[in-house]
Design a protein. Structure first.
Length: 766
């Protein structure tokens, strides 16, 4: 007979656990949540202390039936979803469903927390299970209801006042505001000119070195313009350069603490170019288990949603033994390193670390995909480094006098690698040595050249994924499990976009942020949002009632919502005013929001139907874009004039160049016939309700054939299909594949050939 049923949320975990538990336990997966609030209505009774209405998620009925059947055959049920609040909610709802409609007959429900999926950790957890944590569940429940109240009551207001399909969120809206506020700082920034002067000097022994002018007659020097710079250069050209002071100190650089969720996401973004979403997806796989040949699935890292830098004594011991054995005792500090936790740290889990330091990246290289190996290497090196000795530098500062000016040069030489040893050549490149010649006070130096340089102060940089996560963490907004979701959501909702790996707010992002800030200042206030997060932490600690937390929030929110319904201006009706004039009637143009994005429209509509695309200048002002009409190789079916590509409210289309004499328009054809049997249509470019481009049959609704990727009229050399599909993602454009099931052909489209393909496409030829 089985010792019990172990329920996890992931099928991957099932394989890992079965390997370590053999046949002693039945192991099954819930495949995520089994219950949630209803998808199409609020599902919260505000009149009854915010009582939630949970329903079984569509498609999970079969899973629950299988879990109930397995649970009926054992006495002990071990609930082992992820060891966080969301995992607690999954465990709580599974227990509720398994208890339903029958007496327990002595059946016992246990909560099991796996911080790592190794044999030792799994067996220890099963031998010392805990009970379900009501406070942790209620904390997650309060978060879910808070987000539901904001989302389901605020979003319809945006639909009414701006456009359909928008959403607002308690945390996501604050993240968008941070991006918008930073963009406005950049727009309002006025650069200031300043200059620097560098002298290249030569001592009696090589090498020559550079020194910067820093002060004059004991006062810090600020060189504001070219006139001042030239004056200083004149003063120094014939001056005598004499060493006034030489300071030599040993400088230590300590290793950073092991990764927590936010710092892992930041490091992966900076060093590997990974998005937060990709980082967490890869980390989840490393945690749940990777097939290591004969070993089977092995969990390679500890739980990856954590805000704690704490390490277990056993992990520290492992690291110190590894360092001593592989790098030498000189690389081992006298005492183990313990890192201090932050003020807002929950400290529920260890830091992110390898489950076994002996599994080096080199040892796993043949088992891990390239991106998995890169992330594992990042985690492994950071963990090992955190228990190593500091790097040591000899730093020399040379102060030089000349004509009443002070010049300074700082050089440093790495004399002991310490923890940098684990990073190899990468660390050496980062901290490249700057060597100064041996000089003593009173020594005279020869001037080789003086170089004045003009500079301008720079605006604050736009947020990257790494810096936005850091800002959210510092302000106490969100928690480790939410950062990746926040960044994905604000992009999916078209409130921000990534340009050169930096977040830029869209017009829609600006507009929604301004409306919400004006009418819901608390929700968009970073301090208020952080306070709510702390309130949720207190619910988990049992210090605050979840109902009381929701009451305090909703009393203010409901009043604001009522006032906003009456007072918020309808942008949908009037648009957003600009200073741009209509070039057809002279009226002001306004920004309107369509399914495919924002555009300028004449405020005199419907008398004047002029529309234009626009851009924002560096100072934030709106500038209309004159449409460039380019020939497409297609010709008007009515008058024979060339067709040009244009963009309207519903995306791109072809229009007759003889407009307004001829008003013929048509969707953009691909030159590919519809593959559906018996259909005489062709595939044309279309736009979905959310503005996403797809390709569908021209005979819709008679034929509903559609694909997301662009059809290209090239026969598949493998199976003979009439066309291939071109992937349309920014990183995959030009990659061709066959869409026929079971074919699998892939190739690359030559850029020079695209024009030929378009000219060969079916259409009206001259």
């Amino acid at each position: 007979m089985k010792k019990g049923l172990v329920i996890v949320e992931s099928p991957t975990k099932v394989r890992t656990l079965k390997r370590y538990l053999g046949g002693d336990y039945e192991v099954m997966a819930s495949v995520g949540h089994v219950k949630d609030l209803p998808p199409k209505r609020l599902g919260v009774d505000k009149s009854k202390d915010f009582k939630p209405e949970y329903v079984v998620i569509r498609g999970k009925g079969k899973v629950l039936k299988q879990l109930k059947s397995a649970a009926s055959k054992v006495k002990d049920v071990y609930l082992a979803p992820d060891p966080d609040r969301e995992g607690e909610a999954i465990a709580w709802h599974i227990a509720e469903e398994l208890r339903k409609g029958k007496s327990e007959n002595g059946q016992r429900f246990h909560r099991v927390l796996f911080n790592e999926l190794t044999r030792r950790a799994i067996l220890q957890a099963l031998q010392a299970p805990t009970t379900l944590n009501k406070n942790r569940f209620e904390s997650q429940q309060a978060r879910r209801i808070l987000d539901r109240l904001v989302g389901y009551e605020l979003s319809p207001l945006l639909w009414e006042k701006v456009r359909q399909g928008l959403s607002a969120g308690r945390v996501q809206s604050v993240a968008v505001r941070l991006v918008c506020d930073r963009e406005r700082e950049i727009q309002q920034f006025v650069p200031e000119e300043y200059w620097s002067i560098t002298a290249t000097l030569k001592a009696q022994e090589p090498p020559p070195f550079e020194a910067k002018v820093v002060s004059r007659k004991g006062q810090k020097l600020k060189i504001e313009n070219e006139v001042q710079a030239k004056e200083i250069v004149r003063d120094l050209e014939n001056a005598s350069f004499k060493v006034r002071e030489v300071k030599r100190v040993e400088r230590k650089k300590n290793p950073p603490p092991p990764f927590i969720t936010s710092t892992l996401q930041q490091a992966a973004a900076r060093q590997l170019g990974f998005s937060a979403k990709k980082t967490m997806m890869l980390a989840q796989r490393l945690y749940e288990g990777i097939e290591l040949g004969k070993e089977g699935p092995v969990g390679l890292i500890t739980y990856m949603r954590t805000d704690s830098v704490r390490l277990s004594d056993e992990a520290i011991k492992q690291a110190r033994e590894f360092v001593s054995e592989h790098y030498g005792k000189e690389y081992l500090p006298a005492r183990a390193r313990h890192y201090k936790k932050g003020k807002l740290t929950q400290d529920a889990h260890e830091a992110i670390r390898p489950t076994s330091v002996k599994r080096t990246p080199e040892a796993l290289a043949s088992y891990l995909e390239p991106d998995l190996l890169k992330l594992y290497s990042l985690i492994w090196k950071r963990f090992v480094a955190c228990q190593m000795a500091p790097a040591k530098y000899d730093q020399t500062t040379v102060d030089i006098e000349a004509a009443g000016y002070l010049l300074r040069s700082v050089g440093s030489i790495l004399k002991f690698e310490g923890f940098l040893k684990v990073y190899g050549k990468d660390a050496q490149m980062e901290g490249e040595d700057k060597i100064l010649p041996p000089v003593e006070p009173g020594a005279l130096l020869e001037l080789i050249k003086l170089e004045p340089k003009q500079h301008f102060t720079q605006p604050p940089p736009r947020y990257s994924e790494a810096s936005l996560i850091k800002a959210l963490e510092e302000k106490g907004i969100g928690r480790p499990s939410t950062y990746a979701a926040i960044l994905s959501t604000i992009q999916d909702k078209n409130y921000v976009r990534l340009e050169k790996k930096r977040f830029v707010p869209t017009e829609l992002g600006f507009l929604v942020t301004d409306l919400l800030t004006a009418h819901f200042p608390e929700i968009l206030d970073t301090a208020f949002t952080a306070e709510m997060e702390q309130g949720l932490d207190k619910v988990e600690e049992g210090a605050v009632s979840w109902v009381e937390l929701l009451r305090r929030f909703y009393s203010t929110f409901s009043e604001r919502l009522k006032a906003a319904k009456e007072n918020m201006e309808s942008v949908k009706a009037k648009g957003v005013a600009t200073s741009v004039k209509c070039d057809q009637c002279g009226s002001d143009m306004v920004i309107r929001y369509g399914r495919t994005g924002e555009f300028l429209a004449c405020s005199a509509y419907p008398k004047c139907k002029n529309t234009k695309n626009f851009t924002r200048a560096a100072d934030g002002s709106i500038e209309a874009l004159e449409e460039q009409e380019t020939e497409t190789g297609f010709f008007c079916r009515k008058c024979g004039a060339p067709m040009v590509k244009k963009r309207g409210r519903f995306g791109e289309f072809l229009a007759c160049s003889a407009y307004p004499k001829c008003k013929f328009t048509m969707p953009i054809p691909t030159g590919v016939k519809c593959p559906k049997e018996g259909c005489s249509g062709e595939l044309v470019q279309k736009s979905s309700r959310r503005g996403k481009t797809f390709y569908g049959c021209s005979r819709y609704p008679e034929c509903d054939y559609a694909v997301w990727d662009r059809p290209v009229p090239i026969k598949c050399p493998s199976c003979g299909a009439d066309f291939l599909l071109e992937k349309m993602g920014p990183k995959s454009e030009g990659q061709l594949y066959c869409g026929k099931k079971g074919c699998g052909y892939r190739s690359t489209l030559e850029k020079t050939k695209e024009g030929d393909l378009r000219s060969e496409a079916e259409g009206i030829k001259r």
